[in-house]
Structures are given as C-alpha cells and as structure tokens.
Design a protein around this ligand. Structure first.
Ligand code: PLP
Length: 429
C-alpha cells in the first residue's frame, strides 16, 4: 500500500482530518495528500520517494527554492548558538533594518511568528490608534484566522464553501465590513455612510487567497485617498506578496504607500517569521511605547531570523527577480498556449514569482468571476498533473508559486504534461 495512504490513515487518528492546516487535506480535489519526506530546490519527495515539481513552495515561502545551502548553513550556525533566548539579538535588528531598506514605508517594524499574528496585531494597533472599532476587508481576501478577519475570507474557507467560521461572536463579526474586491465605488459609498467609524482598511494589494486577482487600475489609489480623507489606517497585507511579486513588494510595484504593512512567508524563508510595521506615529502606540499590547515568547526567534536574513539576501542578487519573473512568465505562457490548442477554456497570469491559473476564457478580476471558473476542470487538471509528479496547490482558489530554483526543464516538463491533461479534459467533455 502507498505510504502516503498509510500515513494519512494514521494521521487521522491523532490530528483532525490528518492535517495541521485545512487545505492540505485534499478535500476539494479528492485523493490522498502527499506526505513529504524532504525537499530540495524546485522539488519535494513524498513518503514513497516519488519526486514532484513543486508549485506550492510552502505556500510561497520557498522563493529561493527548498533547502538552499546558504539558508541551511545560516540556520545550522544559528541553531548551534542556541534556539531561543527571549532576549534581544543583533540578527533581529539586522532583519528589521533589511526590511526597512527594502520597504521604506516601514518606519518601525516588529517581528512576530505568523502572518495571522501580524494581521491581528496590525488591526488592534489601528483600532487603538484611531479609537474606532470598524474595519473594512474585501470578499475573498484572507488575512489569517483572527476573529475579526475570518468573515468571508478566501482560501481554505472558499475551498470548503463556508462564508465564515463558526465560533466568532456576532459582536466581533459585526464590526467587520466586507466589500467587493476591485470595486472602488462600493468602498466610496461605505465611507460616505460611516467613514468616521472605520479604523482600518485591510487589503491584499494583489489578492492571492481566492486564486490570484490583480487590483484594477485606481482601486488601491482610491483606497489610499479614502483613508486619507477619513483618517482611516490603510493596511496592505503583503504576507503573500511581500518580496514575492517585486523587490519592494506590491507597494513598490504599484507605488502606493500604506500606513501599515504585514509581512510573512518569504521573510522567514520557510521558518516562522512574520512582521508588521509602518508609520512611526502609529507604531509608537505599541507596548511598551504605547498602550496597545502585543508580545511573543518566540518573536524574533534567532534560528528563524537567520533563515529570513539568508533568504532575503539571496533575493538581492543581481537579476534575481528578472529571472524569477521570466521563469513564471514562461510557465504561464506555455500553459495558456497548450490549453488553447486543446480547446479548453483557460487563462493565466503572473507577477514576479506568483501566478494564477483559471479555467475560464479570460482572467478574472473579481470574486464573482473567480467563483464562475470551472472547478471540476481544475480538480481533474490537478489530479492528472499530480499523477505525473507535478504538484500544484490542491484547490482552485489558491495562487501558485515559482521559485528561483525552477529551471527551464521543469517548466517545459510541466507544460508537456499539462498539454496531455488539457487534451484529456477536452476528450472527457
Ligand atoms: C498566508 C497569509 C496570511 C496568514 O499567514 P499565516 O502565517 O498562515 O498565519 C495572512 N495574509 C495573507 C495575505 C496570507 O497569504
């Protein structure tokens, strides 16, 4: 019997659904999750020793490829010096400096251990700073699993068709206003109604948790203007897009300065590091400077910080993002071509090392258009590719990730196998 199946059976006896994060369970695509024994560069190996070309990339963290020797060396050296001190270190100062240099909007930045922690803390800070309770988020955007933010969130929640989580008090959910992504008129109308009650607008500057949706021209600028007019804190949640879509994140790409930014994924290079930061006048309200409490035993953990520093350093090599972008564009172009040849409605797009594939004629620009994509086609495509040792994210509502370790051969092989999959999908219709 497959070791993956045996492990999955065993896992379900001790862990809910056998996984420690819902989308890993393969509920929407069917079949058995691959239990990974190791990863290197662009590849992961499952429990049977089968090698897969990996387009999940630990959900975007593995931008330099898995187990890069520089990162492993940094982590090993750091581990030998002790795993955690609960006292400040030079490396965490350096990471904060690197983040500030790459992202000038971070006048002050605090390190935490997960994207969820970063967004929860940024929201609390925005509420403490403004003295207001309401927050605005957008349908299909995911900002971690904090109570206020788990209303009409994307990703795992979309995969399971649930608009919101159980267990969130009505009083909390009622303070969250959910608006359609890419609809600046809806945002204007809401601000006209209650703009002075809105503490923060939190947005993924490129949405990546309802599959990938880019901001329409004027959407982010419009939010910037509304927040300026009404004294609302604009939070860019760049946990996914940070150092993934551009050397200076989505805010550098679109040249818009948020008041606060949340980071995660890439900045830990596969270890638990995340951050929130921004304007000094706001960040000064964080304890112990101010009265908004936030803390963490493992915040700025030295081993994790070492991985983050080594990873970010690699992304500063000349041509890093050009190469990453070219590889990702090659994948997107190739997939689009072979789908067209096969006659399957399909589209795709990318930014830096992040991409979206859609079983629809044109690239979606809204949550509704994402929901109208052909999920059955996606699920078939996913499984056909997985059987040929290519691992896409196991949900039609996730973005995909390419790393600097993916080479032309990996992309060519993926396109060849995708071509056969599209042809099969067409035949089966
Ligand atoms: C992944 C993600 C989060 C949550 O980060 P965790 O580290 O999983 O808690 C928050 N926001 C966005 C945009 C993300 O993609």
């Amino acid at each position: 019997m497959s070791k993956n199946i045996a492990l999955f059976d065993r896992a379900q006896k001790s862990i809910p659904a056998g996984v420690n994060s819902p989308v890993r369970a393969f509920r929407s695509v069917g079949g058995t999750p691959r239990f990974i024994q190791r990863a290197q560069g662009a590849y992961v190996w499952d429990a049977n020793g089968k090698r897969y070309i990996d387009f999940v990339g630990s959900w975007g963290t593995a931008i330099v490829g898995h187990a890069h020797p520089d990162v492993i060396q940094a982590v090993t050296l750091a581990a030998k010096k002790g795993l955690s001190f609960g006292m400040p270190t030079e490396d965490e100062v350096e990471l904060a400096e690197v983040l500030r240099r790459r992202l000038p909007s971070l006048e002050l930045v605090r390190l935490v251990s997960s994207g969820t922690e970063a967004t929860m803390s940024a929201l609390r800070l925005a509420r403490g700073f403004t003295g207001r309770n309401k927050i605005v988020k957008f349908e299909g955007c995911y900002h971690g699993h904090g109570d206020s933010l788990l209303v009409k969130a994307g990703s795992g929640m979309l995969t399971f068709g649930k608009p919101s989580s159980a267990g969130i008090p009505e009083g909390v959910a009622n303070e969250t206003i959910v608006l359609p992504y890419n609809d600046i008129d809806a945002a204007r109308a809401m601000f006209d109604q209650c703009g002075r009650d809105i503490a923060a607008v939190i947005v993924e500057p490129i949405a990546g948790n309802m599959n990938m949706v880019k901001p329409k021209a004027g959407f982010l600028q419009g939010l910037r203007q509304l927040c300026d007019t009404f004294g609302t804190v604009l939070i860019f949640d760049e946990v996914m897009t940070g150092f993934r879509v551009h050397p200076h994140c989505a805010q550098g790409l679109y040249k818009i300065t948020p008041d606060l930014t949340t980071l995660g994924k890439v900045i830990g290079g596969g270890m638990p590091v995340a951050a929130f930061g921004g304007k000094k006048e706001i960040m000064r309200h964080i304890a112990p400077l101010g009265d908004v409490y936030q803390a963490g035993t493992l915040s700025g953990n030295p081993v994790a910080v070492a991985a983050g520093l080594a990873t970010l350093k690699l992304t500063e090599h000349a041509g890093f993002y050009e190469h990453l972008t070219a590889t990702t564009e090659g994948l997107v172009r190739g997939l689009t071509q072979v789908a067209k040849l096969a006659g399957v409605p399909f589209s795709a797009q990318c930014e830096g090392g992040m991409f979206g594939i859609y079983f629809s004629e044109s690239v979606p620009t809204s949550f509704e258009e994402i929901m109208a994509c052909n999920v059955a086609h996606f699920n078939r495509f996913f499984n056909l590719l997985l059987n040929q040792e290519i691992h896409f994210a196991p949900s039609a509502f996730e973005a995909g990730f390419v790393s600097a370790a993916h080479n032309e051969e990996d992309i060519a092989r993926t396109i060849t196998i995708a071509k056969a999959a599209f042809e099969k999908i067409k035949q089966e219709e």
